[in-house]
Write a protein that binds this ligand. Structure first.
Ligand SMILES: Cc1cc2nc3c(=O)[nH]c(=O)nc-3n(C[C@H](O)[C@H](O)[C@H](O)COP(=O)(O)OP(=O)(O)OC[C@H]3O[C@@H](n4cnc5c(N)ncnc54)[C@H](O)[C@@H]3O)c2cc1C
Length: 288
């Protein structure tokens, strides 16, 4: 495992926003994770995990942390039991399983890795299905120790998991139980889901939904649209004219622009909208 210094994080996020990681490492094995953690301990900095960066942006300066990315990406199938490494792409898992008649089609079109999906319990909206529906166990590295958690212990909720309340967990592997269905039917649903998304979502530099739905289930886009904020800008950041809960980077947008736009949205909607996107500050901690 190689630890690099001052690695640009912008290119590692779908929104292309962020300064440099003070330290950065790709992790292929559990031993790599242990070594990386010891390095971060010796420097007195946090070790923070980054998946595909499809829900994350970083502060514009130097992030005083060791940013790690799990490259282990195996997918093992045995009957209806699927073991996937945290670095596997969720889209690859969905399509690989579909060919074998295993149905994860409700997770179609969600960019990112298995690790990112477990961390934020990725899925459909508050009323829909989320990845936790399929989870049996999760292997996680926390404070220098390996743990295996049952689904109940993961305390999943709408875009929530216990991992969000822990200090810098590293998700490593998940075991899923996936129902069988005819491969052709699954493929048809996958295509329909993809088509629906291409109509409703911008296909550009974005990190997906910026805010969670309100506790009563009202989608954030409705509140933002009602305040006439579609198309509003701060620097090169814009509230997508196509989907009001997506912020898009139209050029050289910065973290500061994104924060300004979030503040404007909260002020103009007069609603304490909770972030779904991860805004990671210079200390490596998420901002609210
Ligand atoms: C066009 C678009 C559409 C989207 N649609 C949806 C949708 O329908 N539903 C939905 O839920 N999301 C959606 N998203 C958001 C995003 O795809 C999900 O949140 C996804 O699960 C993030 O995965 P990632 O690997 O990119 O995570 P990252 O953005 O890299 O990380 C997100 C968080 O997870 C943590 N994390 C990542 N990997 C690990 C790991 N191995 N161990 C510990 N923590 C980790 C990071 O520290 C960070 O806090 C969309 C995004 C885009 C750009």
């Amino acid at each position: 495992m190689q630890i690099q210094e001052l690695v640009p994080l912008g290119p590692r996020t779908t929104m292309r926003i962020g300064g440099n990681a003070r330290y950065y490492a790709d992790l292929q094995t559990q031993h790599d994770a242990e070594e990386a953690w010891q390095f971060a301990q010796s420097k007195g900095i946090p070790m923070i995990a980054l998946g595909a960066g499809s829900n994350t942006i970083f502060a514009d300066g130097s992030i005083e942390a060791l940013v790690v990315h799990v490259t282990a990406a195996a997918i093992d199938v045995s009957g209806n039991t699927v073991r996937a490494d945290a670095g596997a792409s969720l889209a690859t898992v969905v399509t690989t399983l579909a060919r074998r008649g295993l149905d994860l089609s409700v997770l179609t079109g969600i960019p990112g890795t298995v690790g990112g999906a477990i961390f934020g319990n990725a899925g459909q909206g508050p009323q829909g299905m989320w990845i936790d529906h399929f989870v049996q166990t999760v292997v996680v590295f926390i404070e220098g120790e390996w743990k295996t958690l049952s689904r109940a212990e993961c305390a999943f909720g709408y875009r929530e998991s216990i991992f969000k309340t822990w200090k810098n967990p590293l998700l490593w592997k998940v075991t899923l139980s996936v129902p069988s269905r005819a491969a052709g039917d699954i493929e048809r649903d996958i295509n329909a889901f993809l088509k629906k998304r291409s109509v409703s979502q911008p296909l550009t530099r974005t990190a997906g939904s910026c805010f969670k739905a309100l506790p009563d289930g009202t989608p954030a886009w409705k509140v933002i649209e009602a305040a006439n904020l579609k198309g509003s800008t701060a620097g090169d950041l814009q509230v997508s004219p196509k989907h009001a809960n997506f912020l898009i980077n139209t050029g050289n947008g910065t973290f500061a622009d994104a924060r300004t736009l979030v503040d404007t949205i909260r002020e103009r909607t007069q609603t304490p909208l909770e972030l779904e996107m991860r805004f990671i500050g210079e200390s490596g901690s998420p901002l609210k």
